[in-house]
Each structure stands twice: as structure tokens, then as C-alpha cells.
Write a protein that binds this ligand. Structure first.
Ligand code: SAM
Length: 282
């Protein structure tokens, strides 16, 4: 069954009485070139297992299942149950869990793969792109990489080098856990229904280089979040409020770790925030 053929999808939906839910970010891929590319570039191959978030009709799920030993997919919309039973019937290596990814214990899912290499591949629902990515990164799942379709603007921000104009709090957080890069761009016509924005596929290779003690890590994210909540202001102002610390004292810490007292949130490198967090917790 060709799940990138609009007529096939229409027929499937009318038979199952299914209609798209905008609230659930249901823009399904119909460009036949895209899903195989996500699976290949996402590292799907023999000996590897995959987690997918949001199956839709299973167009990407099939490409993952063809290449991987096992696929566990999480889909919130139970109306897709009969549709997927049909579209994925030929695969005995796919398990679909009907649940909210934000409420799912992903470490437990990784545990089901018996120690094999695991990758995450998904065309993410756009309304929860950053929360899902951050949940996966913060859970420190034993995964190799995360290859996801996101809105172009969100992808650019996630991949931006911290300390550049394009960067935001999420760029720092993502770099702390991983090495992000843009794989390829996808235009809005590749989806049904077509969204109002273009998209891109990004890959985050998980790294362990920045493992800090828990309290320092917590402080690090507090500093980044607070700094970017008022990114046009000098960082000293929001941070002294957040930490309830006199500006003069904080200024001394800035200088001790080599940060300009007049710097704004986006002028710091990730390493600057790390040094400041260590100093504050030291
Ligand atoms: N993978 C399919 C494709 O590429 O055509 C569907 C992608 S669509 C952008 C996102 C999918 O995520 C939808 O099927 C939607 O129902 C599902 N979804 C939305 N919110 C979810 C959540 N909180 N947990 C799990 N799945 C969710």
C-alpha cells in the first residue's frame, strides 16, 4: 500500500471514518523521497532499533521497520488504531503504543530493545517540538541519535551555534547534550494537509562530553532560561533577580570566569554558562 499516494490515503480515511486533527499537529508526509531519507540518515539498519513519535498512518514507521530490527512507535490518537492495523499488517517487528509521548517512560521503552543500538526518528507534531526534544535529551536515554522533522524556524534555532544572533535558550540546551546539524529542507507541499510553514530534518547526535553534577546542571539551565527570558537586557539584571543576589556580588563572579559584566544572554558561549554555574554551586 503506497502511503504517499493521496488517493490511497483518502480511500483509507473514508473507509475508517478518519479526519485530520489540527490540534494534534497531523500533517502527514506524502513526498515519497522523504521517509526513506529520514530512515537512512537517521541510522536505521540491521542491528539497530528505532523509537518513533507520532505514526500518523505509518508512512515513516514502514521505512523504519524495513531497515531496523524492531520499532516501537508512540501515537496519541487512538482513532488511528484500525488504520495502523491495516497499514502495518505486514510487519511483525513494530509495536505501537497509544499514549502521550510526554507521559511515557521512554527509558522503559529503550529497555525493551535488549541492549541493541537505538535511534529516535520522527516527524514531530509541531505544537510540542521543543518539549519532546528536551524530554528525550533530559531523560539521558541510551540512544545514539535523534533525527526529526521540525518547522524550519525551530530547526534553525535548535541548530544555531550558541553565542550567535540566531541562537536561543534551546540552542544552548541542545548543545549541552548533543551535536545538532541540519540534514535537509522539506517544503510545505510534501505534507497532507499542507502546513503554513516549511520544514527541515535535523539530526542530534548524542554526546556525553558535558556531564555535570546534578546541582550544577540544574543551575546551568536556570541561568540560561532566566537570561533568555529577557534576552535584550544585560544578563546581570535578570540573573541577579532570579538568584536573589546583589548585582555587585554577581558581577564579581562574572569577572572571575571571564564574562563581560555588560554581556547579554546571547553573547555567552555554552562554556561561559557552565563556568558560571560551577562557580555559583562551588
Ligand atoms: N509520522 C507521520 C507522518 O510523517 O506522516 C505523522 C506525523 S504528524 C506531523 C505527528 C503525529 O504525532 C500525528 O500522528 C499525531 O497524532 C501524533 N501526536 C500528536 N501529539 C502527540 C503526543 N503528545 N504523543 C504522541 N503522538 C502525538
Amino acid at each position: 500500500m503506497d502511503l504517499t499516494n493521496i488517493n490511497v490515503i483518502r480511500e483509507l480515511f473514508s473507509r475508517h471514518g478518519f479526519s485530520f486533527s489540527k490540534a494534534l499537529g497531523q500533517n502527514f508526509l506524502i513526498n515519497p523521497a522523504v521517509c526513506p531519507k529520514i530512515a537512512e540518515m537517521g541510522g536505521c539498519k540491521e542491528g539497530v532499533c528505532a523509537i518513533e513519535i507520532g505514526t500518523g498512518v505509518g508512512v515513516l514507521t514502514k521505512e523504519l521497520a524495513k531497515r531496523c530490527d524492531k520499532v516501537i512507535a508512540i501515537e496519541l490518537d487512538e482513532r488511528l488504531k484500525p488504520v495502523l492495523a491495516e497499514t502495518l499488517a505486514e510487519f511483525d517487528n513494530v509495536e505501537v503504543i497509544f499514549a502521550d509521548v510526554m507521559q511515557t517512560d521512554l527509558n522503559e521503552i529503550v529497555g525493551k530493545f535488549g541492549g541493541k543500538d537505538v535511534v529516535v526518528c520522527a516527524n514531530l507534531p509541531y505544537y510540542i517540538t521543543s518539549p519532546v526534544i528536551m524530554k528525550i535529551l533530559e531523560s539521558r536515554l541510551r540512544i545514539k541519535s535523534l533525527t526529526v522533522m521540525v518547522q524550519r524556524e525551530a530547526g534553525d534555532r535548535i541548530c544555531a551555534v550558541p553565542g550567535t544572533r540566531e541562537s536561543g535558550a534551546v540552542s544552548y540546551a541542545v548543545r549541552y547534550y548533543s551535536e545538532p546539524r541540519l540534514l535537509f529542507k522539506v517544503n510545505r507541499g510534501s505534507f497532507m494537509p499542507s502546513p503554513n510553514v516549511d520544514s527541515e530534518v535535523i539530526k542530534l547526535e548524542i554526546t556525553d562530553r558535558n556531564k555535570l553534577p546534578n546541582d550544577v546542571e540544574k543551575m546551568l539551565f536556570r541561568l540560561i532560561r532566566s537570561g533568555f527570558s529577557q534576552r535584550r537586557k544585560q544578563l546581570l539584571n535578570p540573573l541577579s533577580g532570579e538568584l536573589k543576589m546583589p548585582k555587585e556580588e554577581l558581577c564579581g563572579m562574572f569577572l572571575a570566569v571571564g564574562i563581560k559584566p555588560t554581556a547579554r544572554a546571547e553573547e555567552l558561549k555554552l562554556e561561559d554558562y557552565i563556568e558560571l554555574a560551577k562557580r555559583l554551586m562551588g
